[in-house]
Structure formats: structure tokens, C-alpha cells
Design a protein. Structure first.
Length: 269
């Protein structure tokens, strides 16, 4: 089986082109987990299938590294847009179908096989739950966001597991994010994320970055309007554009950041 490896701000993925041959199905949980294993497989935070689907350029099917199909992966969506461009499926713009519905992506810089800047349009956010400095919202995947200025010294795995396996979230799981201002500037954010399905801290999480940017708007009580918020993850710099409305909904949300080809090869299943 031929595969390609891509990464977006350190979030890495095994990419499979399944337009003409189905190497992997949704039921191959153990096989997917093995491919994502960093010691016995290729190694990745997740595996993504690019498949043909009517009415769109392609379908994105995403699996966490535990082998289970999951909700939207924002950085995976940006990476599959670069992958589709690189293998000739699309040009610098594409429309694809993911588990949460249709998405658009635009590659604004970078040639084939090079580091590219990719912007992914996310689903609208209609509801944000606030509990003090903590927020729960769904940006394609469910996220818990807590603002804490001491995130550099936090035990992210312990903090993440305490929330993810709490009675409230244990059944479905939730991604956990600790967020602070960047160098004391409230208009710029810094984030660390514990991802369910990976069950560890990851270098970046696109839906988490999106959730943090929207939650920061709520935390600060900012007025409706258009916003562009830079967010620094351990694996790289990203940003989120969105429009906030008077009813506390958010539309025209774009997740922006780097995506890059890493390597490719063949592996026996």
C-alpha cells in the first residue's frame, strides 16, 4: 500500500488515496492503529482517507491514532487539501465532504511538495457554554477550553485526562485545551491541547485552536464584528478568522496555518 505523510503545525497524518482502490475500510480499527503506531507502524496522530464522492472534489474520512473514526480534524482538513493539490486531484482551491458536512479550503502559498499556507473554512458555531474561565463548544469536534496563564508549567496529560475522563465527559470524550495570552497580549493566544483518541498532548489541534479563538472572544466580552486572532501552538503558529454576531453565534470561520508534505512510501498490510 502506498501512503504519504503530511503535517500541519506538528499535527501529523498518514494520507491514503482511495479513489481507485480501497486499502482501508472504517472497520479496520486494529490495522489503522498499527499504521499510526510510532514504533511498529508509520507513526501519526491520525490516518486520513481521500475518497471519491458525488458533488464534491473528494471525501475526507478521518481516524484518530487509536484506529477509530472520529469527528472533524481541522489540521487534517488543511493537510488533505495540500495532499489533494499535490497528487493532482484539485488546484489551489477545493470543496470536500467531511463527517460534519462540506468544507472549503484555499492554499495561499507554497508549491507542490513544499510548506504551504492553507486556510480551511469551518462549520458555524451556534452555542458556547461558559463556566467561569472555562468554555465548552463544538468546532467540528467537542472542546473544553480553560484560560490559565500558567500553561507552560502545566502537566497537560494529567490536566487533560482529569477532564476527558470526568463523569461529565467520559462517555463521548472531549478534547481539552489550556489557553493563555501570548506575552501578555490578549489579542494573541498560546495553547496546549490534550486530544481524545490520541490520549496524549499533541503539538497542535486545529479545531482546538478554533475553539480557543472563539472562547477568547466570549471571555473578553468583545462586541460583534470581524476578528483575526493569532494562536501559537507548540508545533507552530496558526490563526483564526471569524465573524461574531449579536446572538453569540460565529460564522465565516477560517482556520489558517502551515501544511507540509513530509515523506511517502509503501508498507505491507
Amino acid at each position: 500500500m502506498h501512503f504519504c505523510k503530511y503535517q500541519g503545525a506538528g499535527n501529523d497524518f498518514v494520507m491514503l488515496d482511495q479513489r481507485t482502490h480501497r486499502w482501508i475500510t472504517r472497520d479496520d480499527t486494529d490495522q489503522i492503529a498499527r499504521l499510526c503506531d510510532r514504533r511498529y507502524g508509520i507513526g501519526a496522530d491520525g490516518l486520513i482517507l481521500l475518497q471519491s464522492v458525488e458533488g464534491h472534489d473528494f471525501e475526507m474520512v478521518y481516524f484518530n491514532s487509536d484506529g477509530r473514526q472520529s469527528t472533524l480534524c481541522g489540521n487534517g482538513g488543511r493537510c488533505i487539501a495540500a495532499f489533494a493539490r499535490d497528487i493532482g486531484v484539485t488546484g489551489s482551491e477545493c470543496r470536500f465532504l467531511a463527517v460534519d458536512g462540506p468544507h472549503e479550503a484555499v492554499i495561499t502559498s507554497g508549491n507542490i511538495g513544499e510548506l504551504s499556507e492553507v486556510s480551511l473554512k469551518m462549520a458555524d458555531v451556534r452555542h458556547v457554554t461558559r463556566e467561569g474561565n472555562s468554555f465548552v463548544l463544538n468546532t467540528g469536534s467537542p472542546h473544553f477550553v480553560r484560560f490559565d496563564e500558567s500553561i507552560d508549567t502545566a502537566d497537560m496529560v494529567a490536566e487533560g485526562r482529569a477532564v476527558r475522563y470526568s463523569q461529565r465527559f467520559r462517555a463521548e470524550g472531549i478534547n481539552v485545551n489550556l489557553v493563555s495570552s501570548l506575552n501578555g497580549d490578549p489579542d494573541r493566544l498560546k495553547i496546549r491541547t490534550y486530544e481524545r483518541g490520541v490520549e496524549d498532548e499533541t503539538l497542535a489541534c486545529g479545531t482546538g485552536v478554533t475553539a480557543a479563538a472563539i472562547a477568547s472572544h466570549q471571555l473578553r466580552g468583545l462586541p460583534p464584528g470581524k476578528y483575526h486572532i493569532p494562536v501559537q501552538a507548540p508545533g507552530g503558529n496558526m490563526s483564526v478568522r471569524f465573524t461574531a454576531h449579536t446572538d453569540d453565534s460565529f460564522t465565516d470561520i477560517w482556520l489558517c496555518g502551515p501544511a507540509a508534505y513530509v515523506f511517502e512510501g509503501d508498507i505491507q498490510l
